[in-house]
Design a protein around this ligand. Structure first.
Ligand code: OGA
Ligand code: MN
Length: 295
């Protein structure tokens, strides 16, 4: 297996190993897992990517998130990002599917608003627009390491609140349905996620992050905006331009990503699997201590 760095200090393309190898072999999984801990974004090219291959690869890394779809609410491990309706027509720009893509164009990490946040996401492209539609990544690990040590120490002991409805509200006031709001109450996590393998900390922030525990609202939002700006300043990103056969995996503990726009009259179809974080991924140290009961 060859590891070819492709981004500014993070992100690597893997050669000489396939998605199917990882699913089938402990040895291949071990090497790719180590590359994942180190490089935060992994790119596979020229793969035979089917839903089954992507699922089998993803299951190696931990338990998969279940997404409820359809009126019966049956569960699936796949998240489909598409702009086509059931008849294969491109949806209008104010359609929920289009607005959802717009929300994905805000810098974020996946699932900090869930009871179990995500270790990693795996994304493959099935229909690629002629131009645009790239996925862009920044390292919140490198962003954290660039901060001055006094601020780093302070941030390590802070906790922040994440809410799905908050980030959706930036796109359209009612984009998060009442059922989604009820299912996804805000979650509070430590502001710095320390990787248990290499001990390196990363800012754990996203478009979903709306408050810092114990801080006045405006001051918390200002600090969050400053950290966001520092992490996403020009020149710090890896932009993935999609080609048929690509599969990309990222570490939600140590990166943020966003989709890039594309011409609205062109279809785009992406398939994502999402791996929940476990204790082995450093989850327990992310939990806020229970609030003190009022006297
Ligand atoms: C995602 C996501 C961006 C894109 O799948 O989690 O944010 O480029 N995707 O589609
Ligand atoms: Mn995402």
């Amino acid at each position: 297996m060859d590891i070819i760095p492709i981004g500014p200090g993070f992100a690597a393309e893997l050669r000489g190993v396939t998605v199917a190898d990882v699913a089938a072999s402990d040895e291949a999984y071990g090497k790719v897992r180590a590359a994942f801990e180190e490089h935060s974004v992994l790119v596979f090219r020229d793969q035979d990517v089917t839903d089954e291959a992507q699922l089998a690869y993803s299951r190696r890394f931990g338990p998969l998130e279940v997404t409820k779809v359809g009126s019966e609410g049956f569960g699936t491990n796949l998240v489909i990002l598409k702009t086509l309706d059931d008849n294969g027509n491109i949806v209008p720009e104010d359609h929920r599917l289009a607005l959802r893509n717009k929300a994905n164009q805000l810098w974020h990490t996946d699932s900090p608003f869930k009871r179990l946040p995500a270790l990693a996401s795996v994304l493959s492209s099935r229909i690629i627009p002629g131009r645009g539609g790239e996925t862009e990544f920044v390292s919140t690990r490198l962003a954290f390491e660039r901060l001055d040590p006094v601020l780093r120490k302070r941030l390590e002991n802070m906790f922040a609140w994440h809410d799905y409805a908050y980030s959706r509200g930036k796109i359209a006031p009612d984009l998060a349905s009442s059922a989604e709001r009820a299912a996804l109450p805000p979650q509070c996590w430590r502001l710095v996620w320390k990787n248990p393998v290499n001990g390196r900390g990363a800012l754990y922030i996203a478009s979903h992050t709306y408050a810092i525990e114990g801080m006045e609202d405006a001051a918390g939002k200002m600090l969050l905006a400053e950290l966001m700006a520092a992490a996403t300043a020009p020149g710090l990103s890896y932009v993935h331009t999609w080609h048929k056969g690509d599969m990309v995996m990222w570490d939600n503990r140590a990166t943020m990503h966003r989709g890039r726009p594309w011409p609205a009259n062109e279809p785009r179809y992406m398939v994502r699997t999402t791996i929940s974080a476990t204790a082995a991924d450093g989850l327990e140290s992310m939990r806020a201590p229970p609030r003190q009961a009022a006297e």
